[in-house]
Design a protein around this ligand. Structure first.
Ligand SMILES: *Cc1c(COP(=O)(O)O)cnc(C)c1O
Length: 482
C-alpha cells in the first residue's frame, strides 16, 4: 500500500519536472540570461534537473513533495539562479588563522606586506619591463629585478628564482648532478610535508642518491669513502622539521665544504626555511642564515620565499656565479620560473631586509612571530566577554596560556608563548565530540572562516596572528549561535 503510494508520487514527480526548453524560455529566467549568458543558464538548468531526478530516484520525500507543490516552477527557477550565483563565488577566500601556527602551509603561509601587494597589483594590471632592458631596448632577464638585492643581502655572487624551494632543489640537482651521484647523510633524508621527499626529488632530477652514515650518526669518513669518479655533489639538508637528539653526530658545513673542494665536488646546502637575517636578535630561536651557509663554504644554497623570509611562494637559489649561470641555462628553469607578480612581491619584501632594525614592524610574518605575549593576553581579555556573551548557551569560554608554532617545518620544536580563548562545548548528555566538531565547523562556515585548533575536547583560538579583532567581533555578533 505505502509502496504504491510512493511509486505513484515519484512517477508524478518525474512527470511534473519541466523540461530544459520550457525553463530556458520562461519569463523567470530571461533576466539571468542577460547577466550570465544563455550557455551558462542552460548548464545550470541541466544541473538542477539532474539533481532533482537523482533525489526523486532516491525517494527523497522532501524533494518529491516540493516538486508536487503548485509553486514548484518558481522555486526551481530560484534554485537555478542560486546555482548561477554560486558559480560566481570564489572558492579561494581569506580566513582568520587562529591555529597558533604562524607559517601555515595549508592557510597560504606568509602574509605579504602592503607594499608588496601594491607592487603586485601594478605589474598585474600593466605591461612591465619584466624581461626588457630599458637601457638597451633589448631582451632582459627576469631575475635581474631581484638578483642584486639577493646578492647584497646574502653576500652571494649570483642568484636566481624559481616557483618554490622544491623546484629549486630539483633544478640545482638536475643541473649539477644529472646521472651522477649525490652524497647525503641518512639523517637528512627528510620528507617535508606532502610530496617533497629528498630521495624522490633525487629520482625526479635524474640523480643517483648515495646515502651514507646512519639516522643518528654520520662521520667524515662516511663521506670520504663514498666519493668516487661519478660523484658530483655533496649535499646538506637542513632538517628543520624534526630533530634527532641524544647519541648523534654530524659533520659541520665547514668540514664538508673543505672535503668537497679537495675532491672537486659541488657542495649544495638546502636550507629550507632559510632566513636572511639572524632572527635570534629579535628574541626568536637561532636559525642558520643564508649568508652563514655561504660563508661556511656552500657553493649553492636553496631556500623558500614564503617560510621565514616572509615573502611570496618562491624558491631562491644563491651561490657561485659559474654554477648559477649553469642553473639558469637548464631548460627546466624555463618550466620552473616565477611570474611577474611573484617577482614584484619578492623585490619589495627583499628591500625590507636592507633595514633589519625596522623589519619586525614592516614584515607581517616577523611582526606575528615577535608579538609580545602580554599584548596577546590583553587581546584575549578584551575578546573574552564578547565570546562568553555570544556563546553562552553552547560553550564555556576561558582564557589559557598556550604555545604558538612557527610552522612550515621551520623550528617546530621551538614554541612561542601565547594566549588563547578556549571554547568548551557545554556538556549535556554525552556527544561532546559531536558538539565540538559542529562548533568548529560553524566557525569555519562563517563568511570569513575562523580556523582554530582542536585539542583535548576543546576548540582553541590562539590569538597570536589576530591583528585586527573588529572583523572577528562582527562575525561573532552577527551569527546566531544557539
Ligand atoms: C620546506 C622545505 C622544502 C620545500 O620548500 P617549498 O618552498 O615548500 O617547496 C625543501 N627543503 C627543506 C629543507 C624545507 O624545509
Amino acid at each position: 500500500m505505502s509502496y504504491n503510494i510512493f511509486v505513484k508520487s515519484s512517477s508524478n514527480a518525474f512527470r511534473a519536472l519541466p523540461n530544459t526548453d520550457t525553463l530556458l524560455q520562461s519569463a523567470e529566467l530571461s533576466e539571468v540570461i542577460d547577466v550570465y549568458g544563455r550557455n551558462a543558464v542552460k548548464a545550470a538548468i541541466r544541473e538542477e534537473l539532474e539533481y532533482l531526478r537523482a533525489e526523486i530516484s532516491d525517494n527523497n520525500s522532501a524533494v518529491i513533495n516540493q516538486v508536487l507543490q503548485e509553486n514548484f516552477f518558481g522555486i526551481t527557477c530560484g534554485d537555478i539562479v542560486n546555482r548561477l550565483k554560486s558559480t560566481e563565488d570564489n572558492t579561494l577566500i581569506p580566513v582568520i588563522n587562529l591555529t597558533g601556527t604562524v607559517i601555515h602551509t595549508n592557510l597560504g603561509r606568509a602574509r605579504l606586506p602592503e607594499r608588496a601587494v601594491t607592487a603586485m597589483s601594478l605589474v598585474a594590471s600593466n605591461p612591465s619591463n619584466l624581461e626588457y632592458n630599458l637601457e638597451s631596448g633589448k631582451r632582459g632577464d627576469r631575475d635581474s629585478h631581484v638578483e642584486k638585492l639577493l646578492c647584497d643581502i646574502t653576500g652571494a655572487e649570483a642568484a636566481t628564482v624559481v616557483n618554490n624551494n622544491a623546484a629549486a632543489v630539483l633544478l640545482v640537482l638536475n643541473t649539477l648532478a644529472v646521472n651522477r651521484e649525490v652524497i647525503i647523510s641518512r639523517g637528512e633524508l627528510v620528507e617535508i610535508g606532502g610530496a617533497f621527499r629528498i630521495p624522490e626529488v633525487m629520482i625526479s632530477a635524474n640523480c643517483i642518491l648515495r646515502e651514507i652514515g646512519t639516522t643518528n650518526r654520520t662521520h667524515l669518513k662516511d663521506y670520504q669513502s663514498a666519493i668516487n669518479s661519478n660523484t658530483s655533489v655533496v649535499m646538506k639538508v637542513h632538517t628543520s622539521n624534526y630533530e634527532i637528539k641524544g647519541f648523534t653526530s654530524s659533520i659541520s658545513e665547514t668540514e664538508l665544504s673543505a672535503l668537497a673542494r679537495e675532491n672537486n665536488l659541488h657542495f649544495v646546502s638546502d636550507l629550507g626555511s632559510g632566513t636572511l637575517v639572524d632572527i635570534a636578535k629579535y628574541g626568536l630561536p637561532k636559525e642558520p642564515t643564508v649568508s652563514d651557509a655561504l660563508k661556511e663554504g656552500a657553493n649553492v644554497v636553496t631556500f623558500s620565499g614564503d617560510k621565514l623570509l616572509g615573502g611570496p611562494q618562491a624558491g631562491l637559489i644563491v651561490g657561485k656565479k659559474s654554477l648559477i649561470q649553469k642553473i639558469k641555462q637548464n631548460p627546466l628553469k624555463r618550466a620552473l620560473r616565477v611570474d611577474k607578480v611573484t617577482i614584484a612581491a619578492l623585490a619589495e619584501v627583499l628591500k625590507l631586509y636592507t633595514d633589519p632594525d625596522r623589519l619586525p614592524e614592516r614584515l607581517p610574518l616577523l611582526k606575528s612571530l615577535v608579538r609580545d605575549t602580554k599584548e596577546i593576553q590583553e587581546l584575549a581579555e578584551k575578546l573574552l566577554p564578547f565570546f562568553v556573551g555570544a556563546l553562552a548557551s553552547i560553550a564555556e569560554v576561558t582564557i589559557k596560556p598556550c604555545k604558538s608554532q612557527i610552522g612550515s617545518g621551520a623550528l617546530p620544536l621551538d614554541l612561542l608563548e601565547s594566549s588563547s580563548l578556549v571554547l568548551k562545548p557545554l556538556a549535556s548528555e554525552g556527544k561532546t565530540d559531536v558538539k565540538l566538531q559542529s562548533l568548529a565547523k560553524k566557525f569555519r562556515g562563517l563568511s570569513t572562516p575562523v580556523v582554530g585548533r582542536l585539542h583535548d575536547g576543546k576548540l582553541i583560538f590562539d590569538l597570536r596572528c589576530l591583528e585586527d579583532e573588529s572583523e572577528l567581533l562582527d562575525l561573532l555578533n552577527s551569527t546566531s549561535w544557539s
